[in-house]
Design a protein around this ligand. Structure first.
Ligand SMILES: Nc1nc2c(ncn2[C@@H]2O[C@H](COP(=O)(O)OP(=O)(O)OP(=O)(O)O)[C@@H](O)[C@H]2O)c(=O)[nH]1
Ligand SMILES: [Mg+2]
Length: 430
């Protein structure tokens, strides 16, 4: 399928619509600023930000007659070829507006799909975006899709009496079926991996949160790193899972997953197409909800993420909230986002709070950490060596009588796996 990404720096008008019946000033402001960010993220040059305050949705053009004419005047006088509206247009509203404005019209779903199309890199990511695009386009089909026809050999495919439009619809629906099959296959493969992960006794921690909160930056600190963290919306589309780059005072391996960011009013077409990827969240043992603590819209965004987690059925999973970007907050006065979850203040930029976060992750996955000095006898050398390998021995010294003492920090779950449990009887919770 052809990429629909905008040419770089294409001039566009952004239209924010304020439906007066649901009036909440701060929310309107937040939404329209965010929409501008989205438009810029897709490489558009925003020439104009047009506001339409109206009481109702006009059936034919979504915009009221007066506002649509006002917009037409600006489009013509500034010779703009693309108008992007922050709403969900019906296929006929989109067509009518295009006719009236003599310019291409894109709605919120169209814009987000466009960004996703430009960013998708993995096979699964590309398939998912194509599926979402085709489901979206199939309802908007009014003229021929010549490139699809060419791929399939075109004219020979057409049945007797079938119109061009019917042929196009059939080609698209075949392609959708094909894509779903491919995606199912890929996900079955992933399920197998998940199964082997369970068998291998690994733990999975998924990083979730609003787009641009700092998930990838934190992921890079927790694993060997190397993923691109960028100051733009939807920098990450594909889930990446890697083992942690440090020991967790346990025998098990801890894996971290970096995931696609959420956004308010995430188009349903996208949620459906990405559901299978997001379903992976259901197999996690713990979620780290990364929050940009320095964002003035922190609480609105946190609620949006909660809603989506709820929709995905993972809201009751153990969750730690990482209040990120505290380096940007001068007085460090940060209110809790709620009282339901453990919250740790961190900076993925400076590394502040990372140790505490790691300890809490360990505690959630493996129980309390126990801590203290231990003296190993020669017959316990194998225990000592296992503890070393798992990162449980923090320090060693010779005491006044020349005996080796080891400072041990060990999770409850690991401790229970040793027969020589007596060695640890003097350890205390941290
Ligand atoms: N000052 C500061 N900047 C940060 C911190 N964490 C992340 N950033 C910056 O915030 C921007 C977004 O970071 P990412 O890690 O890409 O955010 P993300 O949540 O993965 O974003 P998406 O993949 O788009 O959903 C980047 O420019 C990071 O450098 C932090 O603790 N402090
Ligand atoms: Mg990211």
């Amino acid at each position: 399928m052809e990429k629909t990404s905008q040419p770089k720096d294409q001039r566009a008008i952004i239209v924010s619509i304020d439906l007066l019946r649901a009036h909440q000033d701060h929310l309107e402001q937040f939404n329209s600023n965010e929409f501008i960010e989205l438009a810029k993220s897709s490489g558009l040059k925003v020439e104009h930000h047009f506001f339409s305050k109206q009481n109702f949705v006009a059936a034919s053009h979504f915009l009221s007659k007066g506002k649509a004419d006002e917009l037409k005047y600006i489009v013509e006088s500034e010779n703009i070829k693309l108008v992007v509206l922050d709403c969900e247009l019906s296929p006929s509203q989109e067509r009518n507006l295009e006719k009236l404005l003599c310019a291409r019209v894109l709605d919120r779903t169209g814009l987000i799909l466009d960004i996703f199309a430009a960013r998708a890199q993995s096979d699964i990511g590309k398939l998912q975006v194509e599926l979402a695009q085709l489901s979206f386009l199939s309802t908007r089909l009014v003229r021929g899709w010549s490139h699809l026809e060419r791929q399939k050999g075109g004219i020979g495919l057409r049945g007797p009496g079938e119109t061009q439009l019917e042929t196009d619809r059939r080609l698209i629906s075949n392609r959708i079926k094909q894509l779903k099959k491919k995606l199912d296959k890929q996900h079955n493969q992933k399920n197998l991996n998940r199964y082997s992960r369970k068998k291998g006794n690994n733990k999975l921690v998924a990083l979730v949160g609003y787009t641009n909160a700092g998930k990838t930056s934190l992921f890079n600190l927790l694993t060997k790193g190397g993923l691109d963290a960028e100051d733009k919306l939807f920098a990450t589309l594909d889930t990446t899972t890697r083992r942690s780059n440090f020991k967790f005072q346990t025998f098990e391996t801890v894996l971290f997953s970096d995931t696609v960011g959420f956004i308010s009013n995430l188009p349903t077409k996208l949620v459906e197409s990405f559901k299978a990827t997001l379903d992976d969240l259901a197999s996690a043992d713990l979620l780290i909800h990364v929050i940009d603590a320095a964002d003035s819209n922190r609480d609105i965004k946190t609620k949006e993420v909660d809603l989506i987690l709820d929709e995905l059925g993972v809201n009751s999973m153990p969750q730690i909230r990482a209040l990120n970007k505290i380096d940007l907050i001068k007085n460090k006065e940060i209110w809790p986002t709620n009282n339901l979850h453990l919250e740790i203040k961190i900076s993925s930029e400076t590394g502040e709070g990372l140790e505490e976060l790691k300890n809490k992750v360990s505690e959630c996955l493996f129980g309390n950490l126990l801590h203290g000095w231990v003296q190993f006898s020669p017959v316990q050398a194998s225990v000592r060596s296992k503890l070393f390998d798992s990162g449980c021995i923090i320090e060693e010294k010779l005491d006044s009588s020349g005996q080796h003492q080891s400072l041990v920090s060990i999770s409850q779950s690991m401790l229970e796996q040793f027969e020589e449990i007596d060695i640890f009887k003097n350890l205390k919770p941290i």
